[in-house]
Design a protein around this ligand. Sequence first.
Ligand code: ATP
Ligand code: MG
Length: 200
Amino acid sequence: MYSIQRIEVCNFKSFKGYHTIGPFLDFTCIIGPNGSGKSNVLDAISFVLTLNASELRGSHIKDLINHNATSADESYVKMVLTSKNDDEMPIQASSKVEEESESEEGRHPTPPQEMIFSRYINTHSYSSTYKFNGKGVNKVKYIEELKRCGIDLSLRASFLIFQGDIRKVATMNSSERRDMIEVLCGSADYKEHHLSLVES
Ligand code: ATP
Ligand code: MG
């Protein structure tokens, strides 16, 4: 099981220059005055998870570049995932996994495995490119690697709840809330399978 350990942003929205945000724990709360950039952190996570600029409150990718950055500056978001449980690592681990040094038996625990997903904005063409563990990949491969780390973007409507959506979740009836939880924990797949077995 992987979780977000930290994100690194450079000239992304209100973050001028390079910033590390984290570490994120099992439960992390971001607090700050209005306009201080709390939602921009969620926008950064959404951006590195491939969402379009139009889905991030900005109508164009250009709006995601910090206003004070020049076209010579880099603009990107990196998301660092870590897993402490070796049993649950993806089957075909990336080169980074292979580079891990073996720990001395029983003395040093294996360091957390890092998986690094990054999305760069081209500040001239206003397009974006993806990297996985520092290597350029196309979007399809990138989404596959995210899925192997347990982030299934087909479920993103359930695991990313934006500021305006909170009311929708809070006012769901019990059956809608149960459906959402079933999708999130994966039991909905078994339910559909079970229903099709009963029907056939
Ligand atoms: P609230 O509590 O009201 O929800 P917030 O902490 O979530 O506020 P954000 O919406 O994350 O605040 O940040 C808004 C700030 O980000 C604004 O001051 C806005 O000017 C700034 N901002 C947004 N895009 C850019 C950009 N491209 N360059 C520089 N600043 C930006
Ligand atoms: Mg906000």
